[in-house]
Write a protein that binds this ligand. Sequence first.
Ligand SMILES: NC(=O)c1ccc[n+]([C@@H]2O[C@H](COP(=O)([O-])OP(=O)(O)OC[C@H]3O[C@@H](n4cnc5c(N)ncnc54)[C@H](OP(=O)(O)O)[C@@H]3O)[C@@H](O)[C@H]2O)c1
Length: 338
Amino acid sequence: MRIILVGFGTVGQSLARILLKDRQRLVSDYGFEPQITAIIDNHGSCRDDDGLDLSEALRIKEKTGTIGKYPGKGQPNSNASRIISSSEGEVVVEATPSNFNDAEPGLSNVKKALSVGKHVVTVNKGPLALAMPALLELASHRKLELRFSGTVGGGTPFLSFATKCLPGEKILGIHGILNGTTNYMLTRMQDMSLDFHSALKEAQEKGYAETDPTNDVEGYDTAAKLVIIANWVLKRRLSLQDVAITGISKITSNSLDKAKKVGAKLKLVGRISEARATVRPEEISVSDPICVPDTLNALTFSSDHAGDVTIIGRGAGGEQTASAIIRDLVDIRREYAI
Ligand SMILES: NC(=O)c1ccc[n+]([C@@H]2O[C@H](COP(=O)([O-])OP(=O)(O)OC[C@H]3O[C@@H](n4cnc5c(N)ncnc54)[C@H](OP(=O)(O)O)[C@@H]3O)[C@@H](O)[C@H]2O)c1
């Protein structure tokens, strides 16, 4: 399998490290021996149709800040669309930043890949949050795979659990904690009586929150994940504008105390019921399995006969998310023998 990797930040580099470290095991267990034929970051790109040396790619990125400086194979051009069409490869891995305004550059990259006959594995939620029904249709029309395990739950297989472990069950709804950053902040606000700004500062210092935390604290990241679950698991054609969203920035110490008095904690809950999709702070009883601390994620599937099933795990992290990419790649290899 030849792979074009768009985005060489935390997740893209983690993917390269896992492919280097697990090379033998992936070959012996799955017959999976991928080659990365092109890598693109925001300042350049490098390509070799016979496969790039990933140790060298990681070294160059660390030393110079851009993959465009890869000796003999790098260039300052980071026009992903052109490189996707002109490079050898069966699969494009999309790992550029999630953007919930216009989903770019990810949306154009995903569309371009599918339109030139390449499968796509994306960890970028932007294109799915804004255009998932159309992208799934395009992939199916072109008889290609569009995979996105890493977009929800990082390494925790929320999406595969629902589709592979509950077949035949009617899933009536889901609810849970899908954003580790806000869950960490709320844990600190409740357990250590921190105010919102101190909790945010602490989350940024620990690398859990980005410099611009809007997508996390205002609930857009959770809403994007709800959209992906709705379309993929519940077969509902939702987009971001269909979700009623309230973040955590207006939470007061009064509401935290009120929750505590009734044996509950305030959590940023994403919920899809029969009627609607919401993201908002909710009081969750401490005995409820989704009442998890720190950066953990937890998701309950309410199904017709099996009842409520809850999965808990680490929701993000470069290595965990890269492992979800590998799951998708191995699945594509199994299905298409590439
Ligand atoms: N990190 C996680 O734990 C996690 C978990 C789940 C999902 N995700 C999703 O995975 C994606 C990547 O996350 P990350 O943490 O790896 O982000 P990141 O560290 O910010 O890396 C983003 C990469 O994309 C590159 N890039 C930005 N604009 C580009 C453009 N126009 N063309 C080509 N490359 C471009 C950046 O280039 P430079 O290096 O030159 O800046 C960088 O290499 C995001 O969509 C994120 O939401 C991340």
